[in-house]
Design a binder for this molecule. Structure first.
Ligand code: UDP
Length: 313
C-alpha cells in the first residue's frame, strides 16, 4: 500500500497548521488549502522544501475539481473561528460553514475519503446543561451576532450526517472546545492571545463583564492528538475534544499575571452579546471511544504559548 494522503482545509490556520505538522510527522502526504483570510503562510513557512507537503491558495467554496489523484482523508478546519473574526467576516463565515463544507464533502465523496469536520462547543450556545455532553442539543440564539458561526457549524454537522446517511461517506464530527497554543494570531481577539499580549506589553488586562463566566482551555497538541485518534476511529457521532479543566475568566486573567510575571492591572469591559456563561466539556466519550484525554497541564501549555507570543512581540 502506498503513502496515505490527506487534504487539510484551513491548513494555514492555527489548528490546521498543527494538524499538518502531525500528519507529515506520521508519514502522510499533505495537501494544504487555505484562502488566507484569517490564516497566514507564516504558520507553514517551516515546511518549505518538504516534498510531502504542497499548498494551494484557494477558497473551498469554489470546489475541488482541481484536486487530482487519490485522497484518503479530508479534514475541514477552514473557518474564521474567533468571535471578532467571525463578527468582522459574517458572510464568509456563513458561507464557508455551509457551501464550503458541502464542497469539502463532495471531495470526500468523489475520492472515497474519510471526512472530518471541525465543529465547535459553540453548537451548545449558552448552555443550560453543564458540563456539556454530546447528547445536549444546545441553546443557541439563531438571530444573535454569534449565529453566523454557531448556526453555520450546526448546519455543517447536519450536512455531514446527511452525506453519511444518504451518500455513505465515512464521516467524523469533532466538537472542539477552547484551544490555545503557539500560532494563535496575537490580534485574533480571543482571551488567550489578547491577555498574554497585554501582559507582555505591560498593558491592563481586559476582562469582559465581571469575569465570572467560565471556559476550559485545551493545549493545541492535545487537540491534534484527539483529531488524529478520532479520524482513526470509526465513530460517526459527535465527540467533544477539549480540556475539562474549567476556570473563570477572572481566574484566567490572574494566571496570566502570574505566568507572565507582570503585575498589570485588570480592567473590566462590557460583556459581548450572547457570551456563554459557562463552558466545560464532558469528555467521557473521547475517553472511552478514543482512549484520549488531555496530557498537557495548564501552566505547561501556557508557558509554551507565552514563550511563543513573546517572540512575536
Ligand atoms: N474575553 C475577555 N477579554 C478579552 C477577550 C475575551 O474577558 O479580551 C472573554 C470573553 O468574553 C469570553 C471568554 O473570555 O467570556 C473567552 O473568549 P474567547 O473570545 O477567547 O472565546 P469564546 O469562548 O467566547 O469563543
Amino acid at each position: 500500500m502506498g503513502e496515505k494522503r490527506v487534504v487539510i482545509l484551513g491548513a494555514a490556520g492555527f489548528i490546521g497548521s498543527h494538524l499538518t505538522d502531525r500528519f507529515l510527522a506520521e508519514g502522510w502526504t499533505v495537501l494544504g488549502v487555505d484562502n488566507l483570510i484569517t490564516g497566514t503562510m507564516r504558520n507553514l513557512r517551516h515546511l518549505e522544501g518538504n516534498a510531502r507537503f504542497s499548498f494551494v491558495n484557494a477558497d473551498i467554496c469554489d470546489g475541488f475539481g482541481w484536486v487530482e489523484g487519490p485522497v484518503d482523508a479530508v479534514l475541514d478546519f477552514a473557518s474564521p473561528a474567533s468571535p471578532i473574526d467571525y463578527l468582522e467576516k459574517p458572510f464568509e463565515t456563513l458561507k464557508v460553514g455551509s457551501v464550503g463544507v458541502e464542497k469539502a464533502l463532495d471531495l470526500a465523496w468523489a475520492k472515497g475519503a474519510t471526512f472530518l469536520i471541525a465543529s465547535t462547543s459553540e453548537v451548545y450556545g449558552d448552555p443550560l446543561e453543564h458540563p456539556q455532553k454530546e447528547s445536549y442539543w444546545g441553546n443557541v440564539n439563531p438571530v444573535g451576532p454569534r449565529a453566523v458561526y454557531d448556526e453555520a457549524k450546526r448546519f455543517a454537522e447536519a450536512i455531514t450526517m446527511a452525506y453519511r446517511r444518504y451518500r455513505k461517506v465515512d464521516t467524523r464530527i469533532a466538537r472542539i472546545f477552547n484551544t490555545y497554543g503557539p500560532r494563535m494570531r496575537l490580534n485574533d481577539g480571543r482571551v488567550v492571545p489578547t491577555l498574554v499580549a497585554q501582559a507582555l506589553r505591560g498593558e491592563p488586562l481586559t476582562v469582559f463583564g465581571d469575569g465570572s463566566q467560565t471556559r476550559s482551555f485545551c493545549y493545541v497538541d492535545d487537540n491534534v492528538d484527539g483529531m488524529w485518534r478520532l479520524l482513526h476511529s470509526s465513530e460517526p457521532d459527535p465527540v467533544n475534544i477539549g480540556n475539562p479543566h474549567e476556570m473563570t475568566i477572572l481566574q484566567f486573567a490572574k494566571s496570566v499575571q502570574r505566568l507572565c510575571g507582570r503585575d498589570v492591572p485588570i480592567v473590566h469591559r462590557p460583556l459581548p452579546q450572547d457570551d456563554p456563561r459557562v463552558r466545560q466539556p464532558d469528555i467521557t466519550r473521547a475517553r472511552t471511544l478514543l482512549g484520549w484525554e488531555p496530557k498537557v497541564g495548564f501552566d505547561e501549555g501556557m508557558g509554551r504559548s507565552i514563550e511563543w507570543f513573546r517572540q512575536q512581540i
